[in-house]
Design a protein around this ligand. Structure first.
Ligand SMILES: *Cc1c(COP(=O)(O)O)cnc(C)c1O
Length: 356
């Protein structure tokens, strides 16, 4: 039976990508070797790296002033890595706290340099994006989480500031166009909208690097990875390969503009149903709603089991909400087809017809 994968991450990948990856696990490029057993120094893998980097540059419209890196350790490792590379101990950065991931980024940076949290939406369990704040005059960058995976909110417009923006885009990278020139650094764990778990994309404007006096361990120093083309040590070969396939799939579908169009349609359909259906209620403020992670609650607790059972029966998996919000979360990343949203909406409508 067909499954509709609404998991938040690791998350849905395009069927074509999975099939191509499966072929490469058996035999990569007809060379009689698996992608899992080739050398990262082989010509075949060097080409994968080049194609992956080219796809990132095309999708983000990132020019040569930016370095594109595929690293390990997840987005969580970037929380401290970026602070170490961009700030000396006595220097300050501004952070906006819009959820659990922002808080973790703040905690890591605060142990290394001066951090000013200029705004937080914690007062309302992170159901909105703060709009009223100002920067300290000495802030070197402003860190935001562009999409809050757990709470289902996002920056619809990115802040316009005179200092570089640093953004954790783990859960909405490649879902919509971004004004790249405003960003000093963006990073994203691959496992939401870019590929499988195991690699993290970092795109950094090179001129901001090499300015700190602190000691940077070799692996933490972005310049190491820039000089070695993300191959200072063994890179995560398979996750980078599958990310490359996924990004090339996005390009073949019309690129970011096409992705955004599809994503807006899917999100609108689901939110319309949440707003229309008497049994459901959305958790995020309407103007800040994510188009990747749609969070909602059932009005009547007694229907929870029935709803889950009906959703499972229809093939919908992964809709249970994060424990800090409760209820449901339907993650509708790029690879989710409208069909999956249609099926979930039907389940919600049936529930209302039978129990509303
Ligand atoms: C999932 C997620 C992370 C954590 O990513 P890891 O790769 O597991 O470290 C960080 N930030 C956001 C916004 C996320 O959605």
């Amino acid at each position: 039976m067909k499954k509709y994968n609404f998991y938040a991450g690791p998350a849905i990948l395009p069927r074509e990508v999975i099939e191509e990856a499966a072929r490469a696990v058996n035999d990569f490029n007809g060379k009689g070797l698996s992608i899992l057993e080739i050398s990262h120094r082989s010509e075949d893998f060097i080409q994968v790296m080049e194609r992956a980097e080219a796809a990132v540059r095309k999708l983000l419209e990132a020019g040569e002033e930016y370095a594109v890196l595929f690293l390990s350790g997840g987005a969580s490792t970037q929380f401290f890595t970026l602070a170490m590379n961009l700030l000396d101990k006595e220097e300050r950065a501004a952070y906006i706290d819009t959820g659990s991931w922002s808080s973790k980024a703040i905690k890591e940076a605060a142990g290394l340099a001066q951090v000013k949290v200029v705004a937080s939406s914690k007062d309302k369990n992170y159901n909105y994006i703060p709009k009223d704040w100002s920067l300290p005059p000495d802030a070197k960058y402003l860190h935001i989480t562009s999409n809050n995976t757990i709470f289902g909110t996002r920056y619809k417009e990115f802040p316009e500031v005179k200092i570089p923006l640093v953004a954790d885009m783990s859960s909405d990278i490649f879902s919509r166009p971004v004004p790249m020139s405003r960003f000093g650094l963006i990073y994203a764990g691959a496992q939401k909208n870019m590929g499988p778990a195991g690699t993290t994309l970092v795109v950094v404007r090179k001129k901001y690097l090499g300015k700190v006096s602190r000691h940077l361990p070799t692996m933490v120093n972005y310049q190491t990875h820039i000089e070695k083309g993300s191959m200072f040590n063994t890179p995560p070969v398979f996750p980078i390969y599958v990310s490359m396939l996924t990004m090339e799939w996005m390009l073949s579908q019309g690129g970011i503009a096409a992705m955004e169009k599809r994503n807006m349609k899917k999100a609108a359909k689901l939110y319309d149903e949440i707003d229309r259906n008497s049994l459901f209620i959305g958790t995020a403020e309407k103007e800040d709603r994510s188009i990747m992670n749609v969070c909602f609650l059932l009005n009547e607790q007694k229907l929870e089991e029935t709803f889950m059972a009906k959703a499972t029966e229809a093939g919908c998996v992964g809709i249970k909400g994060h424990r800090s919000v409760g209820g449901y979360r339907a993650s509708i990343y790029n690879a989710m087809e409208m069909e999956g949203v249609d099926v979930l909406v039907e389940v919600m409508q049936d529930l209302e017809k039978n129990h509303g």
